[in-house]
Design a protein around this ligand. Structure first.
Ligand code: NAP
Length: 482
């Protein structure tokens, strides 16, 4: 499908109460590979946000009463519709976000899977019945939807971070207002239209795009009609939102930043470890919360591991994500390129060795060459912040205790990776890592059927898996005197 005709299929208004609404002001969506404007979308005011919340609130009671089987059927229709539209949606995502088409297709499949998973979970909400231990009365325990939910998503996975929240919210019986990232609103707007066509009732799903996120979302958070905030984004913004939520004691789920350690022991299968590092580092051009941020290689294999990784990184075809064969697309914006350049310069100045890459690419797009550094000292800035780019930072280590201590020396705790053929050591290190998730001999952990989330400053709550729906449910206990 031609690029402009794909973009032209996306509604550009606000989606409120089942209707598309234009705004006076608009915001431009750019192609990060060229810097060109793709289109303009609506730019909501705080009043628009409150209208969306009012629509979600008005639809809440009816949606909560809708039989779970009907909610499930709707999600299943949306699952099929997403898959049927894969090529169009993948192209839209590549154009607004930059990731190569192959990865964008993968994200559509991953995003759709959240709808299927939660369609299956919608009809399995359970409760309890038990005699009080003291006798006399009975305990009934029921699950109820938490209510209208505000869902805020980042630009790096513009479709999947949305369906990972919309799926469980709708399955649980919650209505919602979604605020996608301003750099990548098109995927979510296209999804809203798909949900409308799949039969989502008016007001159950609302989408608000804005260039002033704080001004639009704070009044919604402080409004007692909103009962839940599910946020995916940076730890800094997450902390601000948590403070706002404290004022009304609002339920929150927080999927925040990471600083993943990737540990390769001497006894690892080196080919597998290099494959794992490529996946954990280069997925989404390094712009993932799960990205391998600090790679620790044990001294016996460190040189060979770095050599093989650098060979693979240097050979990656870079270019616009729409071009066939491209694996490395552009970063999201010029600030991202500047940040990566600063981090690489800082690490080199502190003694790290550059094996390959190390430069931004001249031109209108936001490209940075795949880069491998060795001997990166723990004090380097890139060990304390998300690199969010195609830069592999390798450091050596000697002992298990030492690497666990260094890996845990961060306020973040989203995910870690461990490569070893020694099962006992593997499990020991998995247990010792202060993270919500670990990949043992695998470089990708994301799976809709698994509980995704972090500890420490990487977040609160879990998305996906058997517990993902609980984030949108309240537990009610009813004491019955017999
Ligand atoms: P971000 O700057 O925190 O933005 C995330 C979302 O919050 C966007 O929709 C953004 O809107 C909005 N936002 C920004 N400031 C806000 C405010 N004051 N009030 C309300 N909303 C506000 O993060 P990002 O740069 O888009 O995404 C990258 C970050 O997300 C990284 O730290 C990454 O690790 C994290 N992430 C975590 C996970 C996970 O599952 N743990 C998954 C993906 C990404 P605008 O776009 O308009 O700024």
């Amino acid at each position: 499908m031609a690029e402009q005709s794909a973009i032209a299929t996306v509604p550009t208004g606000l989606f409120i109460a089942g209707r598309w609404r234009a705004t006076t002001d608009t915001l431009a969506v750019l192609d990060p590979a060229t810097g060109r404007i793709l289109c303009q979308v609506a730019d909501a005011t705080p009043d628009d946000g409150l209208d969306a919340l009012a629509a979600a609130d008005a639809a809440q009671a009816e949606w909560a009463r809708t039989p779970a089987r009907e909610r499930s059927d709707l999600l299943m229709r949306a699952y099929h519709a997403l898959l049927d539209n894969t090529e169009r949606l993948a192209l839209i995502m590549t154009l607004e976000m930059g990731k190569p088409l192959t990865e964008a297709r993968g994200e559509i499949a991953y995003a759709a899977e959240f709808f299927r998973w939660f369609a299956e979970e919608a009809v399995r909400l359970d409760g309890g019945y038990m005699p009080a231990p003291t006798g006399g009365s009975r305990f009934l325990v029921a699950k109820q939807p938490v209510g209208p939910s505000l869902l805020i998503t980042p630009w790096n996975f513009p479709m999947a971070m949305g369906t990972r929240k919309i799926g469980p919210a709708l399955a649980a019986g919650c209505t919602c207002v979604i605020k996608p990232a301003e750099q990548t609103p098109l995927s979510m707007l296209a999804l809203a239209e798909i949900l409308r066509e799949a039969g989502v009732p008016d007001g159950v799903v609302n989408v608000v795009t804005t260039s002033d996120p704080g001004a639009v979302t704070e009044p919604m958070i402080l409004d007692p009609r909103s009962r839940k905030l599910s946020f995916t984004g940076s730890t800094a913004v997450g902390k601000t939102l948590l403070q706002q939520c404290a004022r009304t004691v609002m339920r929150t789920s927080m999927e925040l930043g990471g600083n993943a350690p990737f540990i390769v022991f001497d006894d690892a299968d080196l080919a597998e470890a290099v494959d794992g590092a490529m996946a954990a580092k280069m997925r989404n051009i390094g712009q993932a919360c799960t990205a391998a941020n600090r790679i620790f290689a044990q001294r016996g294999i460190a040189d060979e591991f770095a050599r093989r990784l650098a060979e693979r990184m240097a050979a990656l075809p870079m270019g616009r994500g729409t071009e066939p064969g491209v694996v490395v697309g552009p970063l999201i914006d010029k600030d991202a390129v500047a940040k990566v350049s600063t981090l690489v310069a800082d690490a080199r100045q502190r003694g790290a060795h550059l094996i390959t890459g190390g430069e931004p690419v001249d031109g209108p797009g936001n490209f940075y060459a795949p880069t491998v550094l060795t001997g990166v000292p723990d004090q380097a800035q890139m060990c304390h912040t998300e690199i969010f780019g195609p830069v592999a930072a390798i450091a050596e280590f000697d002992t298990e205790d030492e690497v666990v201590r260094r890996a845990n020396n961060t306020p973040y705790g989203l995910v870690g990776y461990v490569f070893t053929e020694n099962l006992r050591r593997g499990l020991r290190v998995c247990e010792a890592l202060e993270t919500g998730m670990v990949g043992l001999n695998q470089g990708v952990v994301s799976n809709p059927a698994a509980p995704f989330g972090g500890v420490k400053e990487s977040g609160l709550g879990r998305e996906g898996g058997l517990t993902g729906i609980d984030e949108f449910l309240e537990t009610k206990y009813i004491g019955v005197k017999l």
